[in-house]
Write a protein that binds this ligand. Structure first.
Ligand SMILES: [Cu+2]
Length: 266
């Protein structure tokens, strides 16, 4: 949340483990859009940044782990629908700004490694889309390659509005009436962009615009996996909208798997 100070933390990194043939690729990280922790600094670095394209050439590494929160419990607050009840109130929602699951797993944290030169193939995951359904943005955190178009979908039969709050790109503020089912957005520069709907004040999401594919969003257990990473030593960066940003060195061994656990304390 805006203005909140990053909580103290604790980082544990468990080194390289088993060896396996890895391929594929992952997703992303960043700096906070509204105030918070300073953008991840460029890693104090090791070897020259590899090209993302190298990853797909084989011998890529996998980096897996979990993002945990061990501070005081912060139960997610129910969302109060104040208009368009027939559509917006059909399903109940809770505030997604901090979702902590079993064993402290933090959902919707963005994990990435760097520095890695821009470019290289992305996993065939399809065009990124942000769907407004039931007056709710799905997903809450979307990864999108810099420069590529994003579909913003209106699945509801009512008016929505897309209002973006970028740091490194021009802002957009577009009405999306019920008959305008799809809008396109694109961000040329890597960024962390908050998205809101001015019609429904509780609608809130984030688009993380990424320079390379080595980004991932944690699932409900706080788990992430980055695959096909070019071997090397990197800075592992974790960003969360409410908890802030953390960094830790990580080594990606050729053909191996490294495991990292990042713990935020309150
Ligand atoms: Cu809306």
């Amino acid at each position: 949340m805006p203005g909140r100070t990053a909580a103290p933390f604790f980082l544990t990194l468990i080194g390289a483990l088993s060896f396996c043939a890895c391929g594929g690729a992952p997703e992303g990280p960043p700096q906070d859009a509204r105030a918070k922790a300073a953008p991840p600094a460029a890693p104090a670095t090791p070897s020259p940044p590899p090209s993302a394209g190298q990853a797909m050439a084989g011998n890529g590494a996998r980096i897996t782990g979990r993002v945990l929160y061990t501070g005081a419990p912060r139960p997610a607050k129910p969302i109060q629908v104040t208009k368009d009840h027939a559509v917006c109130g059909a399903k109940s929602h809770v505030d997604e700004s901090l979702l902590v699951g079993r064993d402290g797993g933090v959902r919707n944290a963005v994990v990435s490694v760097g520095p890695i030169a821009a470019g290289g193939p992305w996993p065939a995951a399809g065009k990124p889309s942000l769907d407004q359904r039931g007056c709710w943005f799905n997903p809450h955190v979307l990864l999108a390659p810099a420069g590529d178009p994003i579909d913003v979908i209106n699945s509801d039969g009512i008016l929505h509005n897309i209002h973006t709050y970028p740091q490194n790109n021009p802002p957009a503020n577009l009405a999306q009436p019920k008959f305008r089912k799809v809008l396109n957005l694109a961000f040329a520069a890597p960024d962390t962009v908050q998205v809101k709907c001015d019609v429904h004040s509780w609608m809130n999401a984030w688009i993380v615009v990424t320079p390379h594919p080595y980004y991932a969003v944690t699932d409900e257990s706080g788990a992430f996996s980055l695959a096909g990473v070019p071997p090397g030593t990197y800075t592992l960066t974790v960003w969360h909208e409410a908890l802030g940003t953390r960094e830790q060195p990580v080594t990606a061994a050729p053909g191996g798997t490294s495991e990292a656990t990042i713990t935020f304390l309150d």
